[in-house]
Design a protein around this ligand. Structure first.
Ligand SMILES: Nc1ncnc2c1ncn2[C@@H]1O[C@H](COP(=O)(O)OP(=O)(O)OP(=O)(O)O)[C@@H](O)[C@H]1O
Length: 364
């Protein structure tokens, strides 16, 4: 079998009775992609993954793996493998037999399946613990056994449901790097469900942000972070200020928006919006500078509400008329060269290119 296959979801819908868990989702995942399905609890990411795996029936729509429509095929005949959040290892079997299990079910003889299982254990660097049972392994080691067990079927794509959620923060980062390395080495697609934007950005070639059973944005991590499609994406990815207002005027290829308190934002006129039109904008918290004076359209005076030390940077929350929560990230050295205090009035500045226009949410 050739390595990897494109995966396509065509208007995939899942209903549980009257409840709509996944709403006509269409998505293309080219072979060899590290794809993260990202979103808050209940947005439909696990259901989407399980429909790709065949562990959940599809109410409407199709899933295609390479040239084959797999919608009605059982999990074992799809060419995908799934690694579960709980790892689901058999406690009475040693590591090598846990990994070899699916080959045993297929009737592969003992020496062949054990040899293949050892090969998989080498791949995840656990061959030295082949004789141990799950209870004698650490959480991280059990996770690697589960990974080897999923990979023994030579899948075209590996599906991972919150694979890092049970690990402590240090191990999380280490295993994250191992997953990425393994995906590159195998050359197949990994589809990884997570609610952590940090995890999704660190791992993905393709981030799929879901909300209310729909896709809000599917793009490379840099695109999702720099050009969030909707207010939901900007807020979920974090480090953005999101503001609602109306178009106040247009002139010389620029458009000015005003939020209810009177603060205005000038941005490049890309969307051709008419005066009075409602609009939502995002501006990254690290693109705002502490200035000497405010330039209308490219700045505001904020009153400091809160200061949080984050190590490399300091997060300052400010308020202005009509703007309740405007966060600014100040590099650590700049902050401590001229510290701010709560209640202080601070002039802030940005450039029109940093104002990003958001689209209405598809799940609104
Ligand atoms: N077996 C089920 N029966 C009824 N409703 C379900 C079932 N499984 C999921 N749902 C509902 O479908 C929606 C999507 O659930 P899903 O588990 O896919 O979300 P999720 O994004 O993976 O959330 P989490 O991060 O909490 O796992 C939720 O509203 C959930 O309550």
């Amino acid at each position: 079998m050739s390595k990897g296959a494109d995966i396509e979801l065509i208007q995939v819908t899942k209903r549980y009775g009257a409840a709509l868990a996944v709403d006509a989702v269409s998505l293309k995942i080219p072979k060899g992609t590290y794809c993260c399905l990202l979103g808050p609890s209940g947005c439909g990411k696990t259901t989407t993954l399980r429909m790709i795996a065949g562990h959940e029936s599809i109410t409407q729509g199709d899933v295609r793996l390479g040239p084959t429509v797999v919608t009605d095929l059982p999990p074992a005949r799809r060419g995908t493998a799934m690694m579960f959040q709980s790892y689901a290892l058999f406690p009475h079997l040693d590591t090598v037999d846990n990994v070899a299990f699916s080959l045993k079910m297929k009737g592969v003889d003992k020496s062949t399946r054990r040899a293949k299982a050892m090969e998989m254990l080498k791949l995840v660097q656990l061959d030295h613990l082949a004789e141990r049972r799950p209870a004698q392994l650490s959480g991280g080691q059990q996770q690697r056994v589960a990974l080897a067990r999923a990979l023994i079927t030579d899948p075209q794509a590996l599906l991972l449901d919150e694979p890092l959620s049970a690990l402590d923060p240090f191990l999380k980062i280490k295993v994250r790097q191992e997953l990425k390395k393994l995906q590159l080495q195998l050359g197949i697609s990994f589809i990884h469900v997570t609610h952590s934007q940090e995890e999704a950005m660190a791992l993905s070639d393709l981030v799929v942000v879901m909300n209310g059973g729909r896709i809000e944005q599917a793009a490379e991590p840099r695109e999702v972070f720099n050009r969030p499609a909707t207010a939901f994406v900007a807020r979920f990815m974090g480090d953005h200020n999101v503001l609602s207002g109306r178009v106040a005027g247009r002139a010389d290829g620029a458009v000015t928006f005003e939020v209810p308190g009177g603060v205005s934002f000038t941005a490049p006129d890309e969307a051709g919006l008419e005066p009075g039109a409602p609009v939502e904008i995002a501006v990254r918290t690290d693109r705002i500078r502490i200035a000497d004076a405010v330039i209308p359209g490219c700045g505001l005076t904020g009153l400091v509400q809160n200061i949080e030390y984050h190590g490399q940077k300091v997060q300052v929350a400010l308020a202005a008329p009509g703007v309740d929560d405007f966060a600014v990230q100040v590099p650590e050295s700049a902050f401590f060269a001229k510290p701010l205090s709560i209640g202080e009035a601070v002039p802030l500045a940005w450039t029109p290119d940093d104002i990003h226009l958001l689209k209405p949410s598809p799940s609104a």
